[in-house]
Design a protein around this ligand. Structure first.
Ligand SMILES: Cc1ncc(COP(=O)(O)O)c(C=O)c1O
Length: 368
């Protein structure tokens, strides 16, 4: 049985805005610079398969970036044939076998990984597409200064390896330009050393969303837009709206409490609407008593603690709200707008986290 879509809580993804956002990235880089769009973590919560299929159909980018071999396999299973780079450090090394078989490019972040990928590719008699990751200061994964050349040399000599890329990731483009300069400097040194030793890669890549605008000198052969594609960067259009509908309306007396723990006590008689949206949908409990939603174009404050599946909002000043009324938790309604950035600020986090946490049970609806 196909399960019908009944619960009215949905995430709408506007693909026309995705097109516009990537056109903006494309317009920022020189002709010939490739785009690797990040679709890891379920495309930042937007739905990895439909987003990747759309990117492929519309020819919006040349590469996709995922976090793990499993995420890459999910795309291959869905018929995505675009080049895919697995950005995570590969562990266990058996994962290389799946990557090679499915033409997923892998990140090589250590000499051990380089030796393992050569061994496995040779055994399979197939070529491994490798992007060496240099840690220039992010402190996450990557060959540290002094080791990167060993990794590049060992891969460049192996006939079962296609040395497809050398990349690094910048940690603080917005906040620390001097450190960013240092990171790019380390990367440049490696490119110079490679040239001296006659080692070539197909793609040199450094810049994620913020650096695409802040550091045009670091565009090299490819840029890696993530949050700009999804409209989470200033100057880009958010592509996701979170919508639901009122499922219950009531009047409460002054002194009545709302939700678990009685963190909200009505100071006066009030009208309250219950929404089928809660932390089980990825709407953070930390937003209790802090966030607003939009009903009839007006801001309505969340009352009391957000529960797993439902939450309550104040509709005292919104006339004639009844069951079925549309509610926008993220997005625009009338003249008003609630962004993930606003909610993130109230919850003490970043907008990336909020969209990534959007639960699987919230259907994604794609608007072309
Ligand atoms: C290696 C790498 N490149 C690019 C990105 C995209 O970053 P952003 O979303 O800031 O564009 C990420 C995101 O985490 C990343 O890990």
């Amino acid at each position: 049985m196909t399960i019908p879509l009944l619960r009215p809580t949905v995430a709408e993804v506007d693909l026309t805005k995705l097109v516009a956002n990537l056109a903006r990235v494309r317009g920022t880089v020189k002709e010939g610079v490739r785009l690797l769009t990040l679709v890891k973590a379920n495309a930042y919560g937007h739905g990895a398969v439909p987003i990747s299929q759309f990117l492929q159909e519309e020819k919006l980018c040349e590469f996709l970036g995922v976090a793990s071999v499993e995420e890459g396999l999910q795309l291959r299973q869905a018929g995505v044939t675009l080049p895919v780079l697995v950005l995570g450090s590969i562990y266990p090394f058996e994962a290389f076998e799946y990557a090679i078989k499915n033409k997923l490019a892998v990140t090589i972040a250590s000499l051990e990984a380089a030796q393992a990928v050569c061994r496995i590719a040779e055994k399979m008699g197939q070529k491994a597409l490798c992007h060496v990751k240099q840690d220039t200061g992010m402190g996450r994964i990557g060959t540290r200064r002094g080791k990167v050349m060993d990794v590049l040399e060992s891969l460049s000599k192996n006939p079962y390896v296609i040395l497809d890329g050398l990349y690094t990731h910048l940690s603080s483009v917005e906040t620390d330009p001097a450190f960013t300069e240092e990171q790019i400097g380390y990367y440049r040194d490696t490119l110079t050393n490679m040239q001296l030793r006659g080692i070539r890669v197909n793609y040199r890549h450094v810049a994620a969303s913020t650096a695409i605008h802040a550091r045009p000198d670091a565009h090299y052969d490819m840029v890696r837009p993530g949050h700009s594609a999804y409209g989470l960067e200033t100057g880009y259009e958010p592509i996701l709206s979170l919508k639901t509908r009122v499922v219950y309306v009531k009047d409460i007396a002054a002194g009545a409490s709302v939700s678990y723990g009685r963190s909200f006590i009505a100071p006066k008689p009030m009208k309250v609407a219950t929404l089928p949206l809660g932390y089980g949908d990825g709407y953070l409990r930390a937003l209790s008593n802090k966030a607003d939603v939009l009903i009839k174009g007006k801001r309505c404050r969340v009352l009391g603690n957000i529960t797993m599946d439902m939450m309550m909002v104040d509709i005292t000043d919104v006339p004639a709200v009844s069951v079925g009324e549309e509610v926008v938790a993220v997005g625009c309604q009338g003249q008003e707008k609630i962004t993930l950035a606003e909610l993130a600020q109230k919850a003490g986090t970043i907008d990336y986290e909020l969209c990534t946490l959007l639960a699987a049970r919230v259907p994604r609806i794609y608007k072309k």
